[in-house]
Design a protein around this ligand. Structure first.
Ligand SMILES: [Zn+2]
Length: 577
């Protein structure tokens, strides 16, 4: 394609270069020659007269234009073949006309040689220019691609392609950046696979299928779709720095700071790991990529919206222990409330098991604002310190782009177990995932799974509203930006009645700053005693309703027996409407 275009540009360039030279030399128009078409018999004589040019390219335009390769001696003395031809064929022509043509072709020959030497081109583009010159002296418009006889793809075919692309379920927005208009589809298939499916569908529907290049054109031009792979993103800052040709001082400083934070964060985590003891827990938490249902090798599943199952994992460092909280999308969503509920359940369990007023816990996680880096989570920590036997909770945020942590290996063990299980048949219900997760680990402690029901989730946002928490000012009057926070620390004071909230904006900071914890309703600083009487309320009163598309897709899978009837009776009928 681009090669074709570059030839076109080259051709146009030669066109104009030649014309400039032509006009400079004030050579009479060769249009005269074209105004009088030559008889067939004569033109044969002429063609025989024309010597082949040494570039080996046959030149059909040469006949009748007066162009041929001449030696310097020849071209000064010998008239051009066309003028000779014309004087033969039109004996009634005046001699002045003949001599003018003769001088034209002689000059043309100079020009041919000039062009061949300076522009390094053969006769063909020159002859084309001459042939395309109109009476006004300009060259007629480029006609390539403008003949209007292009094959038009019918609107039905385009519609068919679009229907097929529209039928592919999009990845739900949590996993993709929300600021983008780009949609994502499951990376389990590529464009060629999609085209093959489209072709098969057209065949079974008895309709004409478009060619793959048309399908690709519609896919690329009319949509903004990416193939989603659950792999974690590479660090944008590191990549942009690596790719930047002009590394500005500002970019260099940002990159150096980023590298420093990354290194300090790693050190901090490995230091924390060595300090783990009975009453000091260090844990990472993260939500696994969604587990879809049904899951199997059936190709049609790709085009159906599936039931999503969430698995939130909390891995304890240096303890060989991992808690998994599993729920399906009819039980709960996967936002701040849900994540905070799981962490709350974990804290409650650990506080009661360890039963030590000096229990300290450090969490590590990524920076997802929708899940854990928000005031709802902070309020939950405050509440936990108020009502549980915990001395302090510290949350350290891993550096964006470098958030690899212990949960990744847990998730990978589970994914492998799922793959192994699929060999003996598809998965249909959340219970099956629960069993797989429980038995995924072959060595060490099995993962501890808590199956979450809608009634288990608590409304942390309501708690935040009640205590009217604000974390935006520090005790020195400065503004606290959530995005700058690297470490948050919630600690009970000596009297166990007041919780101090501290933060660092860099892993290189030696001292914490304190947040001026305020509420909207009164200027009085809240103490932990204020939260002690608070009762957490349930988040949901019933199961959630599936989207219409998901409901109808799952129903169609039951009707076509891709989901066996027994699973429909035992599970799906209770969630579909
Ligand atoms: Zn980076």
């Amino acid at each position: 394609m681009s090669q074709k275009r570059s030839w076109r540009i080259y051709g146009t360039h030669v066109y104009h270069a030649f014309w400039r030279l032509w006009n400079l030399r004030k050579i009479p128009s060769p249009s005269l020659l074209q105004e009088q078409p030559l008889p067939q018999s004569v033109s044969h004589t002429m063609e025989a007269d024309v010597q082949p040019v040494d570039d080996g390219i046959p030149n059909p335009y040469l006949s009748g234009t007066g162009f041929q390769e001449l030696t310097p001696e020849e071209d000064l003395t010998r008239p051009g073949p066309s003028s000779r031809a014309r004087s033969n064929s039109t004996s009634s022509k005046s001699s002045s006309s003949s001599s003018s043509s003769s001088s034209s072709s002689t000059s043309s020959s100079h020009l041919v040689r000039l062009n061949r030497n300076t522009l390094a081109i053969n006769n063909r583009p020159i002859a084309t220019v001459i042939a395309k010159r109109n009476q006004a002296g300009t060259i007629e418009e480029e006609k390539r691609g403008k003949h209007g006889k292009q094959y038009k793809i019918s609107s039905d075919i385009i519609k068919g392609i679009k229907n097929h692309i529209d039928s592919i379920p999009r990845i739900e927005s949590h996993y993709v950046r929300q600021q983008t208009t780009r949609e994502f589809i499951d990376g389990g298939k590529n464009l060629t696979d999609l085209y093959t499916d489209y072709q098969t569908q057209c065949l079974s529907d008895g309709i004409e299928a478009a060619k793959i290049h048309t399908y690709r054109k519609v896919f690329n031009d009319d949509y903004n779709i990416g193939f989603h792979t659950p792999k974690k993103d590479q660090c944008e800052l590191c990549i942009s720095f690596k790719n930047a040709i002009d590394k500005t001082i500002e970019l260099q400083n940002r990159y150096d700071q980023h590298q420093l934070e990354k290194e300090l964060c790693r050190q901090e985590k490995s230091n924390d790991k060595t300090m783990v003891k009975e009453n000091y827990i260090v844990a990472c938490y993260d939500l696994q990529a969604v587990l879809p249902l049904p899951k199997g090798d059936v190709s049609t599943l790709y085009y159906k919206c599936k039931l999503n199952v969430c698995n939130f994992t909390i891995s304890e460092l240096a303890k060989d222990y991992c808690d998994c909280f599993v729920w399906s999308e009819v039980e709960a969503l996967r936002g701040a409330n849900e994540i905070a509920t799981c962490v709350w359940k974990y804290l409650t369990k650990m506080a009661s098991e360890i039963n030590d007023n000096n229990l300290r816990i450090t969490f590590y996680s990524d920076n997802c604002c929708g899940q854990q880096k928000n005031k709802f989570m902070f309020c939950m920590y405050l509440y936990a310190l108020s009502v549980l036997k915990i001395k302090s909770i510290t949350h350290k945020y891993l550096i964006s782009g470098h958030t690899q942590n212990e949960n990744d290996s847990v998730h990978s063990v589970i994914e492998k177990a799922v793959k192994k299980c699929l060999r003996s048949g598809p998965l249909y219900t959340p219970d099956q995932y629960v069993t797989i997760i429980r038995t995924a680990r072959k060595k060490g402690n099995p993962y501890n799974v808590t199956e979450m029901c809608y009634s288990d989730f608590v409304d942390i946002k309501n708690l935040t509203e009640i205590c009217g928490a604000q974390f935006s000012k520090n005790t020195e009057g400065g503004t606290v930006k959530m995005s700058d926070i690297k470490i948050m620390k919630f600690e009970k004071h000596q009297d166990f009645n007041h919780v101090g909230i501290y933060y660092k904006t860099s892993y290189s900071d030696t001292d914490f700053k304190e947040i001026q914890f305020r509420n909207n309703r009164s200027s009085r600083t809240r103490t932990s005693t204020d939260l002690q009487d608070f009762q957490l309320k349930p988040l949901y009163q019933s199961r959630l309703k599936l989207s219409d598309r998901k409901n109808s897709d799952l129903k169609s899978l039951i009707n076509s027996n891709i989901i066996p009837q027994s699973y429909a009776l035992s599970y799906y009928n209770s969630i579909l409407f």
